[in-house]
Every structure is written in structure tokens, then in C-alpha cells.
Ligand binder design. Sequence first.
Ligand code: PMP
Length: 381
Amino acid sequence: MIYFDNSATTKIDDSVLKTYNIASQEYFGNPSSLHKLGLKAFELLESSRKKIAELMGFKPHEVFFTSGGTEGNNWIIKGTAFKKREFGKHIITSSIEHPSVMNTMAQLEQLGYEVTYLPVDKTGHVSVDDLKNAIRDDTILVSVMAVNNEIGSIEPIKGIARVLDDYPSISFHVDGTQAIGKGIEDQFIDQRVDYYTFSGHKFHAPRGIGFIYMKEGKQLEPLLAGGGQEKGQRSGTENTPAIAAMARALRLLKDNEDKKAAEMLKLKTMLINHLNSLDNTHVFSKLSDDFAPHIVCFTLDGVRGETTVHTFEDRDIYISTTSACSSKKGLESSTLKAMNTRENIATSAIRVSLDENNTEAEMKEFIKNLDEIHDHFQILN
Ligand code: PMP
């Protein structure tokens, strides 16, 4: 089997699963309970928070646990919009965000907020100048992703941050879900960012756990009302086993991060160079510094993305159409659409997404299969 669908989700790491099991069985107390089992769980919760904060360069009290990227994005965007509604109702985002941002914005529009969607150029990047021009007196939030999940473009977070230095009252959120652990922290971790979203299952932690960064002194309107866990910000009994497992997964992710990113880039380079030698393909992901090392989005022209995905699947190779989130609904890629890609090309797009465990041998095998599939469809076309 070759698994090249790591941006959809990653396989849980064996030792992370072990941590999860031990935490579930030995630290099963409710961290809010007063007895010693509660205290043991509480200590595990807080030591996990500290570990995650240290690995990310955050302070422990800036880390809040969620159920994943979707909740993090909903919470930060709605939580900011609700908290700051008296100061303004204008939000700026990009036109290539994940559905958990896009559909949250649509809900806010229904509630009377106004959203500016920044266009992207033909490589899938927003322009810092466009952002600057979009700022108004009533702008309360800018939300732009660090790495696009469909093509891997790295958005100019540092450039946006420098513009926002002049507007301290505007909150700045970055969805870092696809960016964590890819050796590109210097491009998206910035003091000016108020909120980050991260999700555990993108880095070998269990499903249904994630965390947000909320800068010291900032506050969101809670979305989940209840027992007041997470300093009253996010109610619900903490998922201690998954949190401990995520802390371990993050430590593993951060071990030799740059070396692992260089390996992924090597495989990505092999694939893109090969694609460039084939007829009738389009490659949307580039080898430049403003693209992440793990995502390659491309087409076999004239073949629908689903057909290509299933043809690879028949050979025990797993990839996606541009994003797993919209593929089952048969939606066309919102990112490629925003890049003004012709529809007949966009519907052929597929996404290869790597992780640090993928090997050169796997990429060679993938390319061999790609050649066969490409030749097969060329004859049919
Ligand atoms: N943002 C981005 C950029 C993503 O790729 C994803 C996952 N596809 C999410 C948010 C949502 O994360 P989760 O699956 O943990 O809800």
C-alpha cells in the first residue's frame, strides 16, 4: 500500500496510540474531580499543555484544547465576531480558505456581518496590497490560512502581519492546520498573530482533538457553554487521553522537523519534475519557497479526478481529488476556481499529500504507476 493522502488525515502513530491507551486506562479520572484520580488526570492535562506550548514557542496559558480544526476555526472566527460586534462587523479573509472558515463566514453574513474575500493570483496567493486596501474603520478580524489544503500555497502571513502592525485593534487569525511540522514555521509563526488553529489528526494524533493558540490577554466569546473548563472559554470534560496523545505526536513531529521536511521536498521534487516531462498534465503546486513541501496538486487532462483516484486505488495507492472534505459532495475545487482555472481542467485535479514516513521507493513506485495510468488514458482520449 502507498498512502499519499496525508492532508486528508494521517495514520495514528503506534507509540501515540500507546499513550492514548495508557492515558485512557490509568488517567481516566475527570480532571475537575477533587480526588486523586482527578488530580492525576489534571496533572496529565496540564503537563500536555505545557509540552505543546514549549514545542510551539507559546505559553501554556495560550493553548486551549478543541475537537479539531473545524471547531478551532469556528470558535476563533465567531468568538471574535461576537465579542467585537460593537466595534464593527467587517471581516477580511481569503477566497481559498477551508470550508470550516468559508461556511463560518457565510453564517456570519446571515447575521449581518460583512466579509471581504481577498482574491488570489494564478499561483493561489493573496496579495498583501489587496489586504491593505480592504481594511476599513469597522474591520474587526483578518483570517488567512498559512498553507492551502488543496495546492499547498503558503500565504504571506508575515507580510500581512507587518500591515496589521499599524492596526492593533484588528484581530489576526491564521489557520495553521496544514502548516504545522512542515519546516516552515518561520513563514507563519509571528508575534502579531492573535490566534492559530491546529488539528491533531493531521500529525498522527487521534481524530477529534486539536488546539488553538490564543495570545495572552485576548479573549473569545465561548461557543460551548457549560461547566467552564479551559478557563471558562471552552466547556466540556477535557479529552485527556487524546490530549496526552497529541502532545506526544507533536513531540515526534518536531523531532528533526527540518530534515523530514527536506525529505518530503525531495519526493515532491521528484514528482513535479516527472509531471513536467509528461504531456497533458497541469501542475498547480510549485517548487518555490512559497509552497509547502508535502502537497502536489496536478491533473491528468481529460480524466475526471474521481476516475484517477479510483484507478490508483485499484493499485492500492491512495490519493485524493483536491480535498477530501468536498470530494464526496462532488463539489469542484474552490481553490482552483478562485485561481480562475478552467472548469474542464479543475475537474481533473488530484492531490498527492506526503508525510515524513513516505519514502523514495514509494515515490518511484507511484511514478511508475502514474506513467502507466497516464499512458492508458492517453490512448483512450
Ligand atoms: N483547515 C484546514 C486548512 C484543513 O485542511 C482542515 C482539514 N481538512 C481543517 C481546517 C479542518 O480540520 P478538522 O478535520 O480537524 O476539523
